[in-house]
Design a binder for this molecule. Structure first.
Ligand SMILES: *Cc1c(COP(=O)(O)O)cnc(C)c1O
Length: 361
């Protein structure tokens, strides 16, 4: 498109237009986008020295999507498709970010959104998003898995579109993150590390890499390394967890909808799915923020906690390229940041006192 002074501007128009040839068809007039995707792939600059100086670590910072999580990549597809089919309302169960994203895209589309969240277990930032975007928010006296069962039943029998990741269009949109990474690196990484909750994202990334491979855009596939929190690790334990618990509320899920697909992604890629303790998640969370200037939410930090765990047993060979998805922005859940940090210092209101604290006097 010609801009001022004859300059050619490549206007970014969201993931659907960017990767159209790899996505289900959708008419231009039905596309609902808030320009999700196109997120930065940031090379670690200080953590390498601390963790392992001979591997390459990159962060795919999905917290910079319009509603602050990767859910927007899938939501643009799911809501566009819903609109193209004449749907007037969407519904989801959510640990927080799906509801934030669904309500924002529904607002953009001018349709209704209904969200079911586990009472008291979602981060304040996420709750505020669903509310401000005008969703009807229902706090269910139960957990995510139970809320998902209810939403699936309602969507089956009534005229509302389910936009959880069991909606196949969600995964279609989410796979575009793999394309962006491969486009930027000019290849797939050796390892792709990410959190596993309902297991839609690991499924979507693997699908994306495989499609790029089949199209000849990349010459090898990455190994998929997924991580669950110790108290919510059904795939690792190989059984449903009835009462999942973890500080990483976004992955507090005991019966993942895409369980088998995640296992397939793990096995086909020659990867693994393991668990990490809450303590190690919070350590990684603080380490990342204080060494790289990147603030993600606890569930996202499990990617780094997982890398540190594997690195501790000599898992990575020299030169290994590791991409870690940081699924959501830290500002969604600032309470945890305050908990893991030093308290602010209270100082009398004069220059000398300030200089003392600064160590300059
Ligand atoms: C949804 C979410 C996850 C988990 O993704 P799944 O696709 O459910 O496995 C992880 N981190 C954040 C921040 C999320 O919002």
């Amino acid at each position: 498109m010609p801009g001022e002074g004859g300059l050619v501007i490549n206007k970014y128009e969201g993931v659907i237009k960017r990767y159209r040839e790899f996505l289900p068809e959708i008419d231009d007039r039905h596309i609902i986008t808030i320009l999700e995707g196109n997120t930065p792939l940031i090379k670690a600059c200080n953590l390498g020295k601390i963790i392992n100086p001979v591997i390459e670590i990159y962060f795919k910072y999905e917290g910079l999507n319009p509603t602050g999580s990767f859910k927007d990549r899938g939501m643009t597809m799911a809501v566009s498709k819903a609109v193209s089919e004449g749907s007037k309302a969407v519904i989801c169960a959510s640990t927080g970010n799906t509801s934030a994203s669904a309500s924002a895209y529904a607002a953009r589309a001018g349709i209704k959104s209904f969200v079911l969240i586990p009472e008291g277990k979602i981060a304040t930032g996420k709750l505020s998003q669903a509310l401000v975007h005008g969703a009807v928010v229902m706090q269910i006296q139960g957990n995510f898995d139970e809320a998902l069962v209810i939403t699936r039943e309602i969507a089956k029998d009534y005229d509302v579109t389910l936009v959880n990741s069991v909606n196949p269009f969600r995964l279609e949109g989410q796979k575009t993150a793999s394309f962006e990474i491969a486009d930027e690196l000019g290849a797939a990484p050796d390892y792709h590390i990410l959190p596993v909750g309902n297991a839609g994202n690991i499924t979507a990334y693997w699908k994306g890499y495989r499609e790029y491979y089949d199209a000849g855009k990349i010459k090898k596939l990455p190994k998929m390394l997924g991580f669950q929190a110790k108290g919510a690790a059904p795939i690792v334990l190989n059984h449903i967890v009835k009462e999942p618990h973890t500080v990483a509320t976004a992955i507090r899920i005991g019966n993942p909808a895409s369980w088998q697909k995640a296992v397939a992604a793990r096995d086909e890629s020659g990867g693994l799915i393991e668990s990490v303790s809450d303590e190690d998640i919070l350590k990684a969370y603080a380490l990342l923020a204080s060494n790289e200037g990147i603030f993600c939410e606890p569930a996202s930090a499990i990617s780094l906690a997982g890398l540190i765990k594997l690195n501790g047993r000599g898992f990575f060979k020299k030169g290994a390229v590791c991409v870690l998805t940081l699924t959501g922005h830290g500002l969604k859940d600032p309470g945890n940041a305050i908990k893991v940090s030093k308290e602010p210092v209270v100082v009398p209101c004069n220059k000398n006192s300030v200089l003392k604290v600064m160590g300059l006097k």
